[in-house]
Design a protein around this ligand. Sequence first.
Ligand code: ATP
Length: 206
Amino acid sequence: MKIIGLTGGIGSGKSTFCALMAERGIETVDTDQIAREVVAPGTMGLQQVLAEFGQAMQNSDGSLNRAALREDIFTNPADEVPRKKLEGILHPLIQAETQRQIWAYQQDATYQAPYLLVAIPLLVEGILKTGQKPSYLDEIWVLDCDEATQIARARQRDGVTQQQIEAIIASQATRAQRRTWADWVIHNDADLTNLKQQINARLTNP
Ligand code: ATP
């Protein structure tokens, strides 16, 4: 079983691709979901964040007040210390849980698929910082589509403005940077039938 790092910019179709792969028996370890779980109420992660950033970062229902935390971190964008502190708490927890979930699939004799996807939206941004691809990944697959398509789809899905999406795209790696690291570029400019055809071709010849 190959471990695949799946990435792509905002609205490029990662979730859609993973859902189509799930229909074919190929599952996904979702690092966005893990990032939420490691700071869920009652976790050590939440305790550590509150100890570092203050109890005001907790909502009355016990959950993390993400808006307050974001504000704290981005009040002075030039000051990287708070962001680095937060990453210092979260990254090891996310990494450990990701590895645990991959390991569970590797131990599961009923999981017979040729691939396990690990969805990591900012995979290439991380690689650009460290200069290397994470060693636990066998391949990197990149969802790629035209920026106009990305913007139109993300706007339709989230109801956000063109400027908001453009700002996010500008803060992410470029399409060219992602493609440089790709073992497979999945072209998602056309319709779902076309995306399914690319998946069929790959799974016929894994
Ligand atoms: P994000 O990183 O923002 O979470 P994502 O990369 O997971 O986004 P999706 O949520 O899969 O992207 O896709 C964005 C939107 O575009 C969704 O509404 C999805 O239904 C739609 N979409 C994705 N691929 C296609 C396609 N080939 N044809 C039509 N619509 C598509």
